[in-house]
Design a protein around this ligand. Structure first.
Ligand code: LMR
Length: 392
C-alpha cells in the first residue's frame, strides 16, 4: 500500500508563514521583519492588550470548567460582534463563532458553494483567499483592483469587471484596510460597488480582519453598513486576531444577512459545517473577547489602545514616506499616506525583495508588501537606505 501516497506531490509552502519563520530563524542582530500581519509596538514587540490581560485575570478566577462551547460558539460573542460590525441589532442575522477569520471565510465559502460556483477576488488579494475558495470548490476569477504603477485603486476597471460577473457569484471584498495594498474605496465608491452587486445579483462576502486599524471602529464599518442598509444579502468574516490581538487563540465570527426568513435555515447549515469540521470553536479566547466587548471599562481601555496603535501606524507612514522621499526625490511615496491599516506595497521586483532579505536581513513578502508596524525610529533609516540601494 506504500504506493498509495505516491500520488501526493509536494506543495509549495505558504508564502507568508514560511517567510516569517525564515525571519525568526535568522540570527543577524539587525534583521528587520516586515512580513506577517502581526501588529508590533514601537519596541517591535507584539504583546497582549491590557484589556485582554485583565479579562484573562478575571477569567482565571471565575472559570470553573473547560466544557465545550455550543457548536455555534459563544452567544455573547456573536451578539457583541453584530453590534460592533453593524452598530445595532440586525433583523434576520445568522451568526456563528469560528476559528479565526480564516475559519469564517472557509465555513462561509462552503455554505455559499451550495448555490454558487464562481468567486471574484480582487487582484491582488490576501494569498489565502485563493486557497480557501479553491479548496471549497469555487472557480476563481480575478477583478482588477489596485494599480501598482499608479499606486491607486483601479476603481473603474474593478466596477467594469463586476458588471461582467456571472449572476449569483460571490465577490470577496475587504471591509477595510485592504490586504495587501492598504488602498480602500471611498464610501461613495462603496455605494457604487453595492449597486453593481445588487444589479448583478452578486453575493458580497466581506473579509473584516482589520476593523479599527483604518480610521476607527465606526468609520471602518461604514462600507459594510452601507451594503446592509441597501438590504443586500451578504456575509462577513470577522477576525479578532489583529484588533484584539488574539492571533493564536483563533477567534472569529461568521455573520450572514441572507434575507428575510432565511436566517434560521442558513444558520443550521453553518452549524452542520462547523460540527463536521471541528465540532465546536475555542472557548478561552471567545470568553476574553466577549468580556472586553461587553464590559464598559475594558472596552474603553481596548479602544484607547487600538486608537494608539492606529495612530502609531499613521505616524510611521508619514515618517517613512518622508524618509523615502528625501533619499529618492524623483519617486512618489505620497501614496503611503493614502493607504490604511497595516500594509502597503513597495514597488520592488522579486529579486530586489530577495536582495533586501539576503544582504540586509530585511524581510518583506515576495510581492513587496510591508507590515508598516515592523518599522520604528531605530530601524527606519536602515530600511530606507537598503531600499535605495536595491532600486539603484
Ligand atoms: C497576513 O496577511 O500576514 C496575516 O493575515 C497573517 C496570515 O494568516 O496570512
Amino acid at each position: 500500500m506504500q504506493e498509495f501516497f505516491s500520488r501526493y506531490d509536494h506543495l509549495s509552502q505558504d508564502p507568508i508563514f514560511s517567510l516569517s519563520s525564515q525571519s525568526a530563524k535568522d540570527t543577524r542582530p539587525n534583521k528587520i521583519d516586515l512580513t506577517m500581519g502581526i501588529y508590533k509596538d514601537a519596541s517591535l514587540k507584539s504583546g497582549i492588550f491590557k484589556s485582554i490581560k485583565e479579562a484573562e485575570k478575571r477569567l482565571l478566577e471565575q472559570e470553573s470548567n473547560k466544557d465545550y462551547l455550543p457548536i455555534g460558539g459563544l452567544e455573547e460573542l456573536i451578539h457583541q460582534t453584530e453590534l460592533l460590525v453593524f452598530g445595532k441589532r440586525m433583523e434576520g442575522l445568522a451568526g456563528i463563532q469560528t476559528l479565526g477569520g480564516t475559519g469564517a471565510l472557509r465555513i462561509g465559502a462552503d455554505l455559499l458553494k451550495a448555490g454558487s460556483s464562481v468567486v471574484y477576488l480582487p487582484k491582488p488579494t490576501w494569498v489565502n483567499h485563493h486557497k480557501i475558495f479553491t479548496y471549497a470548490g469555487f472557480k476563481i476569477q480575478e477583478c482588477a483592483y489596485y494599480d501598482r504603477g499608479a499606486h491607486s485603486l483601479s476603481f473603474d476597471a474593478f466596477c467594469a469587471d463586476l458588471e461582467q460577473a456571472v449572476e449569483q457569484s460571490v465577490v470577496v471584498l475587504h471591509g477595510c484596510c485592504h490586504n495587501p495594498s492598504g488602498m480602500d474605496p471611498t464610501l461613495d465608491q462603496w455605494k457604487i460597488i453595492a449597486q453593481i452587486c445588487q444589479k448583478r445579483r452578486l453575493i458580497p462576502f466581506f473579509d473584516l480582519a482589520y476593523l479599527g486599524f483604518g480610521s476607527g471602529i465606526e468609520a471602518d464599518g461604514e462600507a459594510i453598513r452601507s451594503f446592509a442598509q441597501m438590504g443586500l444579502p451578504l456575509l462577513v468574516a470577522v477576525s479578532y486576531s489583529k484588533n484584539l490581538g488574539l492571533y493564536g487563540e483563533r477567534i472569529g465570527v461568521l455573520l450572514a444577512l441572507p434575507g428575510a426568513g432565511f436566517a434560521e435555515n442558513v444558520r443550521s447549515h453553518m452549524l452542520a459545517l462547523a460540527r463536521a469540521s471541528y465540532s465546536n470553536p475555542p472557548r478561552h479566547g471567545a470568553l476574553l473577547a466577549a468580556s472586553v466587548l461587553s464590559d464598559s471599562q475594558l472596552r474603553s481601555d481596548w479602544i484607547t489602545e487600538l486608537d494608539g496603535m492606529r495612530e502609531r501606524m499613521q505616524g510611521l507612514r508619514k515618517d517613512f514616506a518622508q524618509a523615502l522621499k528625501v533619499s529618492m526625490p524623483s519617486q512618489d511615496f505620497q501614496y503611503l499616506h493614502r493607504c490604511r491599516g497595516m500594509f502597503s506595497y513597495l514597488n520592488l521586483e522579486v529579486d530586489q525583495v530577495s536582495r533586501l532579505r539576503e544582504v540586509n536581513g530585511i524581510y518583506l513578502t515576495g510581492t513587496g508588501r510591508i507590515n508598516i508596524s515592523g518599522l520604528n525610529s531605530s530601524n527606519m533609516s536602515d530600511v530606507v537606505q537598503a531600499i535605495e540601494k536595491v532600486i539603484k
